[in-house]
Design a binder for this molecule. Sequence first.
Ligand code: ZN
Length: 168
Amino acid sequence: MLIFPAALQNLSDQFARLPGVGSKTAQRLAFHVLSLPIEDAEEFAAAILEAKKQVHTCPCCQNLTDRELCPICDDDTRDKSVICVVADPKDVIAMERSREFQGVYHVLHGVISPLNHVTQDDIRIKELIDRVGKGDVEEVIMATNPDTEGEATAMYISRLLRVLGVKV
Ligand code: ZN
């Protein structure tokens, strides 16, 4: 016998699938959503679908955007000859906050991680090599995390880029 109505249990299960959300928190969130006015619940559900439909990766730097080209790639004042390689979109936000970097980015969407079965083909390395291969890039700065996986990923990419004659 189910203690909760199936729909409530289902909602709770969906929250529990989110990273960092345990079953207790998931239950609390499900109860909270249930207590919302119907308009707020609709807004919440619509926000999930809208984000999914509108946000995609920039074809140039792979950062998340809702435009054809992201605002940084689309900015003529940015130096397109210098690419800063980061693991995640949130790293771009952190870099931009310092306002010191005038070049452009490349977002890998992860790092190579044998333990988590993430290989070089699972992150956006090919896109970076293709981009550099077009010839207008002079320098690539590796800004992945200074941990084992971040370093290994940076080493792997650096080797590929040096073959193309780019300063890394
Ligand atoms: Zn871009």
